[in-house]
Design a protein around this ligand. Structure first.
Ligand SMILES: [Mg+2]
Length: 259
């Protein structure tokens, strides 16, 4: 694939720019090369706990500068999406403080756990305090007709040393199993978030943008569906299956000098 025809590069964060609190080797140099060559950059994450400004600060701590507009987190688009679809709604939220705050700021009312029957929508994000009462309330609300949105369905959150935490998708599976209803996904691989990303990049045509990520299921599959080019940073030992990226790399140094 000829990288010289690409005007914009969209980077996944977890497992692509950083793993936990450690930068992925070579990514800072490649980002600098993109800046030097005048390419547009956007960081696009399925994060369900941290908004763009928090991630912008994390990137800065790791030595990567980005403007606020250049960081797009799935958690930011949930509230507006629900407002467009259903209007201001009573929502049962399973997730962290940022998700709750952003939903309230988008004009929705948050339903307490015990009042799950009043929820018109159930939103599920990653929740380190996920427990049986939350599972029960969410599953009952969905089973009785509330819309079910998961910020993402990524099964794992990668951290250092090849370790992981169970991700938002794992919690969504539990609710889905009990409720008998699959969630609608807000983040990657669904097209909406990629459209928001391309819009943030000034409306660059999809085929002049590349998605760079470590997940075939979220990053590569989702980006290909909209016609973006894809660069897969293959995790150690991983092989592409039915999803075929345009370019597979194992280290960012492989992209050096190709712009
Ligand atoms: Mg990732």
């Amino acid at each position: 694939m000829d990288l010289r025809s690409l005007r914009a590069f969209i980077f996944d964060l977890d497992g692509c720019v950083y793993t936990g609190n450690t930068l992925v080797p070579g990514v800072r140099a490649f980002l600098q090369e993109l800046r030097d060559k005048g390419r547009r950059i956007l960081f696009l994450t399925n994060n369900s706990r941290e908004a763009g400004e928090e991630l912008q600060a994390k990137l800065a701590r790791l030595g990567i500068r980005a403007t606020r507009e250049e960081v797009l987190s799935a958690v930011e688009i949930v509230g507006p999406l629900i407002r467009d679809r259903f209007g201001p709604s009573p929502i049962l939220v399973i997730g962290g403080e940022t998700l709750r705050r952003l939903l309230a700021e988008a004009g929705h009312s948050l339903v307490p756990l015990e009042a799950y029957r009043e929820a018109r929508v159930v939103v599920l994000g990653h929740d380190f305090d996920f427990d049986y009462p939350k599972l029960t309330a969410a599953a009952r609300a969905v089973a009785s007709g509330a819309a079910f949105l998961a910020v993402n369905v990524d099964p794992r959150l990668p951290v250092e040393d090849g370790e992981f935490y169970p991700g938002c998708g794992t919690l969504a599976e539990a609710v889905a199993a009990a409720a008998g209803v699959k969630p609608e996904v807000v983040g990657k691989p669904m097209p909406h978030i990629f459209r928001v990303a391309l819009h943030r990049l000034g409306g660059v045509p999809a085929d002049e943008a590349a998605m760079v990520g470590d997940s075939l299921a979220s990053d590569v599959r989702g980006a290909q569906a909209l016609g973006l080019k894809t660069i897969w940073l293959a995790p150690p030992g991983a092989v592409a299956g039915e999803v075929q990226p345009d370019l597979t790399i194992h280290h960012f140094a492989e992209l050096h000098g190709r712009l």
